[in-house]
Design a protein around this ligand. Structure first.
Ligand SMILES: [Zn+2]
Length: 228
């Protein structure tokens, strides 16, 4: 069912933080992108974590209520990861955080992946007499999607990759007044302040401009009234 959710927001520069941003206040109202099973699948697809074929398999193997239940588990995982990020952002990670990572390691430990060799493209090559088409094969990792809980695995994987590669010193919260979005600052000067110019940067610029022109007008009025 289409509930008219806006497209999800992917501005964090890291899937794991985009997952935290799957609940946000882009304008005035809170938008929850993983409110139920169907929304959850839609968000996972937008995030590039599930393909259409995988979603088809998942819908064949799981009931709507199972999907709703796993969406709830995903929100719990998101709450846990948000706490972890909030507690550790702005400085390098220390070894002692490992004791807080057991919920993540539990999900990672239950992951069941398998490997398949698949064609991924073709290229032209020069045969003896005429050009012929050659196929490129790729080794791809896949999941069976038999159990609802397996839907948490791609999220746990992204979170684990993030924790093991990102510099927590550079995780920032957008400076926009009501904005709750987080991002990884990967700019050259590490001076990024906004989730995006479109959402908060322009709003802040407009507010600063309005404040500036109000001040200028007030000064002009004062100068006129004092005759300076
Ligand atoms: Zn923002």
């Amino acid at each position: 069912m289409d509930k008219g959710l806006p497209p999800a927001i992917f501005v964090a520069g890291a899937s794991a933080l985009d997952f935290l941003n799957s609940i946000a206040t882009p304008v005035d109202e809170v938008v929850e992108w993983i409110g139920d099973g169907a929304d959850f699948l839609s968000w996972m697809k937008q995030a590039g974590l599930l393909s259409d074929d995988e979603i088809k398999t998942i819908r064949q193997n799981m009931t709507a209520s199972q999907l709703n239940a796993v969406a709830k588990d995903a929100r719990t995982l998101r709450d846990w990861f948000r706490r972890f990020v909030r507690e550790n952002m702005g400085r390098p990670l220390k070894r002692r955080v490992l004791e807080h990572l057991s919920p993540l390691n539990r999900i990672l430990g239950s992951d069941a992946v398998f490997w398949q060799i698949e064609p991924s493209g073709t290229f032209q090559c020069q045969g003896e007499n005429e050009p012929s088409l050659s196929t490129i094969f790729h080794l791809r990792r896949r999941r069976h999607w038999r159990k609802p809980a397996s839907l948490l695995s791609p999220l746990a994987e992204e979170i684990a990759k993030f924790i093991s590669s990102a510099d927590f010193k550079h995780i920032k919260a957008c400076e926009g007044g009501k904005c709750t979005l987080l991002f990884l600052d990967q700019s050259n000067r590490l001076a990024r302040r906004w989730c995006s110019m479109a959402i908060c940067g322009n709003r802040a610029k407009a507010a600063a401009f309005a404040a500036r022109s109000k001040r200028t007008k007030r000064r002009a009025r004062k100068m006129r009234s004092t005759g300076k």
